[in-house]
Design a protein around this ligand. Structure first.
Ligand code: UDP
Length: 340
């Protein structure tokens, strides 16, 4: 089949520590969508397609068939897309692309990462069934989980004893509950990620500080090392008010596939997508902080081995297979498919 020319529109954000720079793909530090876009681009390139990346000026050009378009501001992205030399646009910008502004015949597929109603449901792909339901997407709308590039995440040859939290240190992400689980299991919790709510962090350190080591926001090798050496990652998202209003529903949970690809099994709640993806690579536990020692230790003892976790991650979420599923959706849209 003829390769496609695909515009990938990243969600454009400037780097908080230096407003002159954009958050790149892959990101310099915290950046869930940027990692998803990076893995997707890699998979599409490996399948032989040509990719134009927008919304992340300054990103590395890692392949001859990748063009990094110097358009970061939404109006610059839209202006470029008006005469885009592409077959299809895959929009990760949460609605900054308007289908009627695209050249005739160019297809639009929107990958949704929030839990509000998408601005373009007719071409929207969801990361989980839970997200699709929360967003009011029709049962005919495609669900494609978040992919992971296994070559980026090598299982460490030495596993440590600590448990890992990696994400926004926010109530809906269950950082407090992760600390409670670690204490119940008698393990240390390494907590990595940005903490934008100082009172919440103070509460965690006040109640569980003796079991928590705060690592701060991590990127590069430090991030990879943490993912590879942890005994398990805790993804205990909670059904509490989320950042976009309403009760939090974890849409895709990038860290689950990253950790599993690093040979690190997952302890997760059943919030949103987690009920769909955690059982393949770990154990599902209840909400709240009420873990007892016997239960927490039993959960850890039932986790898959590093080799099993990595194998399952590649089988379920390998980036090339995920890109292939997206390619099928691109071709459906180009053939006129729309959904509710
Ligand atoms: N992350 C990171 N550094 C940190 C904390 C998180 O690079 O200090 C990354 C993490 O590896 C993942 C992303 O940020 O790729 C978080 O994505 P996820 O879907 O798990 O959560 P959300 O997008 O809801 O924050």
């Amino acid at each position: 089949m003829t390769p496609l020319r695909i515009a990938m529109v990243n969600i454009p954000f400037r780097l908080p520590s230096d407003e002159r720079q954009w958050i790149t793909v892959p990101p310099q530090g915290y950046g869930g969508i940027q990692w998803i876009v990076a893995n997707k681009i890699k998979g599409l390139l490996e399948l032989g397609h040509e990719v134009f990346l927008l919304g992340a000026p300054g990103s590395p050009r890692t392949h001859p068939r990748l063009t990094v378009v110097p358009a970061g501001e939404p109006e610059d992205i839209r202006a470029w897309l008006k005469s885009a030399p592409v077959d299809v646009v895959n929009d990760y910008s949460c609605g900054k692309v308007d289908p009627i502004e695209l050249p005739p015949g160019v297809g639009l597929v929107a990958s949704h990462h929030m839990t509000t109603r998408p601005s373009y449901p007719a071409g929207c792909v969801y990361a989980s069934k839970a997200q699709r339901e929360q967003c009011g997407g029709g049962a005919d709308a495609p669900v494609i989980p978040i992919g992971v590039d296994p070559s980026l995440y090598r299982p460490g040859d030495r596993k440590d004893d600590f448990l890992l939290f990696m994400g926004r240190i926010s109530p809906f992400k269950g950082a407090l509950e992760a600390a409670a689980f670690a204490r119940a299991a008698g393990r240390r919790l390494l907590m990595a990620g940005p903490a934008w709510e100082p009172e919440y962090l103070d509460r965690i350190m006040g109640e569980y500080g003796d079991h928590v080591t705060l690592v701060g926001e991590v990127g590069g090798q430090e991030r990879m090392d943490l993912l590879a050496t942890a005994a398990a990652i805790l993804v205990l998202s909670q059904p509490v008010p989320g950042p976009w209003g309403g009760t939090w529903c974890e849409p895709g949970a990038t860290v689950v596939s990253e950790a599993a690809a690093s040979g690190t099994p997952v302890v997760g709640t059943s919030n949103g997508c987690l009920a769909e993806i955690v059982p393949a690579v770990g154990e599902v536990v209840g909400f709240g902080t009420g873990f007892d020692e016997r239960e927490a230790r039993a959960v850890l003892s039932r986790l898959p081995s590093p080799a099993q976790a990595r194998k399952a991650a590649i089988r379920c979420w390998g980036h090339v297979e995920i890109a292939r599923r997206y390619e099928a959706v691109y071709r459906d849209v180009l053939a006129g498919a729309r959904w509710s």
